[in-house]
Design a protein. Sequence first.
Lengths: 299, 647
Amino acid sequence: MIEARELTKKFDRITALDHISFQVQSGSVFGLVGSNGAGKSTFLRTLAGIYQPDGGEILLDGEAPFEKTAVKSRIFFIPDYPYFLPQATLTDMAAFYKKLYPNWSDGRYEALCGMFPIDRKTNIGNMSKGMQRQAALICAMATQPDLLLLDEIFDGLDPVMRQLLKRIIGSEVADRGMTVVIASHNLRELEDVCDHVGLFHRGGVLFERDLDELKLGINKVQAVFKPMPEYSAFEGLDIVKTDLRGSLISLVVRGKQEEILEHINALHPVFAEVLPLTLEEVFISEMEVAGYDIENILK
Amino acid sequence: MTSKTSSNKFLSELKNTYLWASKKNLGMTSLLAVLLFLAFPLVVWFSLANTEMNIWIPAGEQYANVFRRTSFASMTFFVTPLCLLFVLLTAVSLFQYMHNKRSVDLFHALPVGRSAMLLGRFLAGLTTLFVPLLINFSVVAVVGLSYGIENSGTHIGYLYSVLLWLFLMLAAALLFCVLMAVCSGTTLDMVLSVIGVNIAYPLLILAVLFVISCLLPGFNTEHVSPLLTTLISPFTAVFAAISSVDQAFDAEKITFLIWWIVFSVFLAVLCVYLYRRRKSESAENTFAFAIPKQIIRFLLTAVGGLGLGLIFYWYNSTTLNFLLGLLIGSLVAHIIVEAVYSRGFSRMVRSLGGYGVFLVVFAAFYGIVCTGGFGYADRVPSVDQVASVTYQDYSYYDSFTDWHFYITDEKYNTLAKAESHVVQPENIEKVLQYHQGLIDFKKSIGFPYRMERQNGTLCSITYHLKNGKTLTRTYWDVYRDSHSVGLPKELKDLSGEICNSREYKESGNMLFYLTPEIVTGVQIEDYTPEKETTSVSYKLAPEESEKLLEAMRQDVLDIDVTQVKGRYAETAESTEAAEVTRGDNVALSLVLGEKDTRLFTPKEGSKLKELIGAYSGKISLEQGQYQMSGMEDSHTWAFMKEQGWIK
C-alpha cells in the first residue's frame, strides 16, 4: 500500500506538494490527473525515491523509498522523458538493469521483446519517442516491480501500442498484484485502465476515489422547462455546474442518478435526461469547483 | 546480522557501480594509456637509444643520467599535465549525470545507495587514471633496466616514488572534482569551479604574501611553503609533490604528505556526506550548495582585486594606486564571476552583499598589516631569550667573507648548511640593538606602514631562541620617489661591527671548517687582458695546504667588510677611473677531496663532522673562486708568490 502523510515538497519558493495525504491500495491502477504544475510528476518522483520530501512522508508498505535500496528495488519509474545510457541499445539497458534489480526476469524480457516491435541492437537514442517508451516499458516490466510509476506514458504510443500496454498492465496487476500509478492528461486512456483516480491541483489532492464510484457519483442533467423554474427550485441538488441556454438547462450534479432524476421530474420538465460523465468532464467540473478558470483559459 | 546484510548490500552496489562505470570508461582508460606511452616510455627509450656516449664515463652512469633527466622532464611536462587533464575529463564523464534532470531520474531511481553510487564511480575514475600510469611506469622501469642503468635500484625506486605521489595527488584532484560536481548544478559550473579554485588559490596566497611583504617591515617571503600555496589546490600541489620526490623527508615534506592524505580522506567523506544530502532537483541549477559558490566568488574577487592592485602599483608605487587597482579589479572580477555563475545579471544586486564581505575582509586585513600585524613588526626578543643569531647583511659580501656554505652527500643532496652567526652576548646585544634601530627607522619613515617598493634585500635576522623556536625577519631596502631610502649611518656601522666580529666571520666561512688533508690542490686562473687566459692546477702536500688555509683565514679576519666594495671596480665609470691592479686578473680555487668526484670523508671530531651529525658517507662542499682584487698585500697573495703560482 502507498501512503502519503502530509507530504510536502518545495522547490525554492514554489510548493509543489502541499501537505497531501491519501492512500493507494496494493494491486490497484491509480490515475493521477490534474492541471499542469499540479504536482503529479513531483509526486511520482518522490514516490520513486528521487526526491526527498521536505515534510511529511511517503511510504510503500510502511517504508520510505528515499535512499532505501530495498524499497527502490521494488519500484520502477518511467518519467515523461525517459533517459537511457549514452549510445546504449536495448540489450545494453537490459544488462544494466539486470545487475541492479533482483527480480529481473530474462524470460519476461524475451517475451516482452517479442510483443513490442523493437530492434534490440539499435541505439535507443536514435529511436522515436514512442519506440523509446516501448524500450523503457520492456525494461520496466522485466524487472517485475511491485510498483510501476508511469508519467505521461501514453504520449507518443500509437493506438495499438496503447492497447498492448493496457493489456500488459492488466495482466501484471491480475497475475502479480502489481500496483501502478499513472500520471497523465490523457483521461480517455486513464478511464480504460485505472480503477482509482486522484485529482491534484496546486500541490494538493482535491479527491481520490474509485473511478466507478466517481463516475456514478456525478451526473450530467439536461432538461427543458417551459417556463424555467426559479433557481431556488433546484436547491436540494448538489450542483457542481449550471449552464442555462433559453429553455434548456444543463446541470452537473453530484448524487445518485435516480434521486437526481426524481428531483428534476418533480419540477415538470418538458424533457429531462441524466447522462454519465466522461472522466474528462468530471475532471473539468471538479477543476472549476476548485477555482480553475476554464472558461477564461479557453477564450 | 542486519549490519552484515546491509554491509553486503553496500558492497554489492559498490561493485556493480564500479564495474559498470569502469566499463563505460574503458575507452578513456585506453586513450590515456596510449597517450602516456607516447609521452613517457617512448620518450625515455628514444633518449636512451640516442645517448651520445663518452668513452671516459661508464655507460651505466651515462644511461642513468639520461634516464633520470628524461624521466623527470617527461613526468613534469607531459605525464602530470596529461593526467590532470584526464582527471577533469574522467570526473566530467562519471559525474555529469548529476547535472541533468533526465539522467538524475534514471540514476537516483535505481536501487543503489548514493554512497555506493558515488564511491563506485570514484573508484572507477581512479582505475581509469592509475592502471595506465602503472603500466607505463613499469614499461619505463623495464626500458631503464634493459639499458643497464647504474644504481638501478635507486632510479627505479625514484620512479615508483613519483608514481606513488602521483597516485595520492591524482586521487586528491579527482576527489576535488567530485566535490565540485556534487556542489554544482551544471557541468560547466563544475569545470569552472575546479579551474577557478585551483588557479585562484595559489595566486591569492602569493599575492597576499607579496602585499604583506610590501607593507609589513621584516616579513619574510624567502621561503614560502608549497603546502601553504597549494593547500586546497591539488592541481598545482601535484607539481610541488613531483619536484620534491628526490628530496629527503624533512618536516615540511612530511607535513605536506600528511596534509594531502588527511585532506583526501576529508574530501571523500565530505563528498559522500554532501551527495547524500544533495537535492536531485538541483540538477541544471547553478549550484546545489550555496557555500562553494560564495567561496569561489570570494577567491576570484580577491585574486582579481589584488592582481590589478599590484599591476597598478607596479606602474606607480603608491598606496593609492594599489587601492584603486584593488577596487576596480575586485569589482570587475566579482561582476564577471557572478555573471558567469548566474548566467546573467539578474542576481547581481543581491550578490553585492558578497562583494561587501570581500571589502570588509580586505579592510580588516590591510588594517592589521599596516599597523604592524598585531605586533609582528615590533617584536624583538630579549637577550636572555636568544641562544644564537644568524645574521646576514647583504651589502657586505665577497668571496673571502662568504657567510654561508652547504654540505652535500655523495648524490649532492644537501646535508647541512653553515651560516654566519653570533652566540656571544655582546654580539647578540649588537644585533638586538641594530634590529630595534631598524624597527624605529622603519616607523620613522611612515606609520601606519604603507606599500613600499622593494629594492633588494637589506638584511636577514634569524634568532634561534632558547626554547627551540626561531624568529626570522627580513628587511627590504625600500624605494621611494625614485630613490633608495638609505639606512642611517649609525645603523650601517653597527651592522659592520657585527659582520666584522671574529665569531661571525669564523662561523659561516668554509675556510675555518677545512682541515689540511681535505685541500688536495689549488687552481690558479690568470686572465690578464693582454695575455691568453691560463688555468694552472697545483697539487698540495698537507703542510702546504695548512699554510694556505692559515693565510686565507688570516686574510678573512683582516678584511673590513664595510670596505669590501672598495676593492672592486664596480661600474664602467669606475673601471675607467680606477687603476687596474695585478690582483684584479687573478682568481684562486681550492681543490677539495678526490680528484674526479671532489668527495671526501671529514675527520672524526672535526667541525665538519660535527655539522653532518650521524651521516657517515663521503661529503662534498660547494667550491667557488677567490677573487684576488685588491688583495696584493694579503697573506694569501704572499703565499701564492712564495709558491711561484703567480709572477
